[in-house]
Design a protein around this ligand. Structure first.
Ligand SMILES: [Zn+2]
Length: 169
């Protein structure tokens, strides 16, 4: 992360949702083609009386289908993350300074998992109760169920056919 900050070049990524399992679980149905666009940039900031601090800026956006809590249909929900973090040396410092810091704190680690932080932020950005502003009047089917419903419409219902037969007798 130090080297990343020194370089100062932003990291621009597009991550398929299949690589964010925890987030994928929150979605309405399976969405294998969805992606999350995100960008991370780190910088060194001089710190009075100490080493330079490493700051990280994270931006992420995605529109994900959540389940409407009123009609249980899919409601496309735009998620936006725009967040600054400051790296600290260890968990103790993070605990001690967290309350007084406006920015979020991250603990410096050799194998820092940036993608996990992106996913955490998106999870926190999820609305507590996803809901359509106005629910669609017709029931919302997922793609699979919709096709099935159409097939059933096309051929007469077996019991309807039986009823017809009974009438004829
Ligand atoms: Zn709804």
């Amino acid at each position: 992360m130090q080297a990343f900050a020194q370089e100062g070049k932003p990291l621009v990524e597009r991550t398929p949702l299949s690589n964010m399992e925890r987030l994928a679980q929150e979605l309405h149905g399976l969405a294998p083609d969805l992606v999350v666009d995100w960008e991370a940039r780190a910088e060194l900031r001089p710190h009075a009386g100490g080493e330079d601090e490493v700051w990280l800026h994270l931006q992420a956006s995605a529109t994900l289908p959540l389940t409407c809590q009123r009609c249980m249909g899919a409601v496309p929900t735009a998620l936006d993350v725009n967040q600054w973090y400051r790296f600290v040396a260890d968990e103790d410092i993070a605990m001690a300074e967290d309350d007084q810091s406006e920015e979020d704190l991250l603990v410096m680690a050799p194998q820092f998992d940036l993608l996990a932080v992106v996913e955490d932020e998106l999870l926190m950005a999820l609305p507590l109760v996803p809901m359509h502003e106005t629910c669609p009047v017709t029931p919302v089917f997922s793609a699979g169920e919709g096709e099935l419903a159409q097939q059933e419409d096309a051929k007469p219902h077996p019991f309807a056919a039986l009823a017809e037969l009974k009438k004829k007798k």
